[in-house]
Design a protein around this ligand. Structure first.
Ligand code: C2E
Ligand code: MG
Ligand code: MG
Ligand code: MG
Length: 277
């Protein structure tokens, strides 16, 4: 393994997953207890209106602060959680926390829509809607305050089963978003049938928007596709004002990225909001 540092200071390992490496085996068994030991935290990254600069909401992003290894990226431990079936436990913890935080912000009069990521495994769990109903009732939130982010690939592994869960979540009032759009394989026929609110353009197309003509074409076409399907579009990975200006000329609805803020702890969001309203 080659250890390296990524943009947020995570330790990352290349090449791709090796479930049998000693580090991975230890981490997999530790992940089960990480929740009880309060090593997981949710960070929030604002979503901002391109046209007005108003704050629309925030995405909840889970972090694992490991006592020995420091911050471990969700890109590393979410796939582990999916393989070991810890994901169900992890997802319900993320839902509980983010619903609680959302309720707290609503109490303060902040009308934020909070986005939460679901994994493919969650979408194939017929119990998920019931779990969510329980969590929403306990936290006293309205499902309409929440947006659930799902990926194209998580739908396409078993479209009929995923569709059933998606349909139920929609009927309960949750907003649905397709995350990392353009990176997975997806069927436009399914997309058209799904009760979506949003398409989220993957950051790999957004970061080089000004340097790559191909990326620019893809971003522009995705925005038009989304609008023609009656959906709002969020661009993720917006790091510079130049990219923001370009997105504005394409009439992109929302933007998210380091230009506005890195993901931050719940406690810091209020101060950021006060400074950026
Ligand atoms: P994602 O949902 O596509 O989240 C966006 C990722 O882009 C986040 O990485 C965020 O920190 C990063 N990002 C935001 N703005 C910028 C920017 O301007 N430039 C660049 N280069 N990156 C930016 P993060 O937090 O490491 O999360 C990685 C992935 O892990 C997420 O991708 C999501 O798929 C997954 N994930 C995170 N939290 C959860 C969770 O609670 N449950 C599940 N199932 N998956 C999660
Ligand atoms: Mg996401
Ligand atoms: Mg994404
Ligand atoms: Mg992603």
């Amino acid at each position: 393994f080659v250890a390296g540092q990524s943009h947020e200071g995570y330790t990352t390992y290349a090449p791709s997953y090796d479930d049998h490496s000693p580090r991975r085996l230890t981490l997999m068994s530790e992940l089960r207890q990480a929740i009880e030991k309060e090593q997981l935290h949710i960070y929030y990254q604002p979503k901002v209106s391109v046209a007005t600069g108003q704050v629309y909401g925030a995405e909840a992003l889970v972090r694992w602060q490991h006592p020995k290894h420091g911050f471990i990226s969700p890109d590393e431990f979410i796939p582990m959680a999916e393989r070991t079936r810890v994901i169900k436990h992890l997802t319900s913890w993320v839902l509980k926390q983010s619903f609680k935080h959302c309720a707290e912000w609503r109490k303060r009069g902040w009308e934020l829509t909070i986005s939460v990521n679901l994994s493919a495994k969650d979408l194939h769990d017929p119990e998920l809607p019931d779990v969510m109903a329980g969590v929403a009732a306990a936290a006293n939130i309205k499902p309409g305050w929440m947006m659930l982010e799902i990926t194209e690939s998580s739908i396409m592994t078993d479209p009929e089963r995923a569709m059933e869960v998606i349909q139920r979540l929609h009927e309960m009032g949750y907003k649905l978003s397709i995350d990392d759009f353009g990176t997975g394989y997806s069927s436009l026929a399914y997309l058209k049938r799904m009760p979506l609110t949003e398409l989220k353009i993957d950051k790999s197309f957004v970061v080089d928007l000004l340097k790559s003509e191909n990326d620019a074409v893809i971003v522009k076409a995705t925005i038009n596709l989304a609008h023609n399907l009656g959906l709002q579009v969020t661009a993720e990975g917006v790091e510079t004002q130049d990219v923001m200006d370009k997105l504005s000329s394409y009439q992109c609805d929302l933007a998210q990225g380091y230009l506005f803020s890195k993901p931050m702890p719940f406690e810091d969001f209020g101060a950021w909001l006060a400074a950026n309203r």
